[in-house]
Design a protein around this ligand. Structure first.
Ligand SMILES: Nc1ncnc2c1ncn2[C@@H]1O[C@H](COP(=O)(O)OP(=O)(O)O)[C@@H](O)[C@H]1O
Ligand SMILES: [Mg+2]
Length: 219
């Protein structure tokens, strides 16, 4: 077993008396790309938020390497997340009052490791090398998602979680964004868990899993 493997065991979550998912079992190896598909409302976003330690679950375990997320308190979980996790959302979530370079620098600042050279490297890697001083409102949707991608990977997380990251982009921009996301994730050796409705994005995964109310299974 590799040290940084993510193991999800018998995970279950409900809101009040309404179960969202039960018996979710799967593992992701370092460097692996796993796509998760499933019907709208089945709990894909909720699951990713649990994996990031952003949401609580009711039963089962999430273990990454030596870290059992369920044993961490709020503060420990936030520290774990800052080091280990990058997150890309469908709606970009780029901070509007910070310029592009400041947005990308944020994870490093939270870790107390400011590194302007690393920020510029990531901006160059996603083709935004000249746009560091721009404000988000001056960018296209595809450019905003590239800012989000650079920000998600700048601190070299072991785990990149992406929730329908191309869902707001036109097909051409979506394909180019997937190219970048995959190239950068592979270059860093990060594990990628991608929730997607896109068959072409899922087709590029090492494995495709389907989330249903009964649990996680092959697509
Ligand atoms: N804060 C919440 N309170 C109650 N129900 C919620 C909450 N967030 C999500 N849900 C419900 O949980 C289910 C799963 O939602 P979600 O994870 O967003 O699904 P997906 O991403 O697969 O479309 C949905 O039925 C949704 O309505
Ligand atoms: Mg969702």
């Amino acid at each position: 077993m590799q040290t940084n493997t993510l193991h999800v065991t018998a995970l279950g979550k409900h809101y009040g008396s309404t179960p969202v998912f039960t018996n979710v079992d799967f593992s992701v190896q370092p460097g692996e790309f796993v796509a998760i598909v499933g019907d709208s409302g089945v709990g894909k976003s909720t699951l990713l938020n649990c994996l990031a330690g952003l949401d609580e679950w009711d039963s089962g375990r999430i273990v990454q390497g030596d870290t059992d997320l369920g044993t961490l308190d709020e503060t420990q979980r936030a520290l774990w997340r800052r080091v280990q996790v990058g997150f890309v959302f469908q709606a970009f979530h780029v901070l509007p009052h910070l310029d592009v370079a400041q947005n990308v620098a944020l994870p490093l600042l939270l870790l107390g490791r400011p590194d302007a050279a690393r920020v510029q490297h990531m901006l160059d890697a996603v083709g935004l090398g000249d746009l560091g001083a721009r404000l988000p409102q001056q960018l296209s949707g595809g450019q905003l998602q590239r800012v989000a991608l650079a920000r998600a990977l700048v601190h070299r997380p072991a785990l990149l979680l992406a929730d329908e990251p191309t869902g707001n982009l036109d097909p051409g921009t979506a394909a180019r964004t997937m190219d970048l996301l995959l190239a950068q994730t592979r270059e860093q050796g990060a594990a990628l868990v991608l929730v997607t409705h896109s068959a072409s994005a899922a087709a590029r995964a090492d494995r495709v899993l389907r989330l249903t109310a009964q649990g996680m299974g092959p697509a």
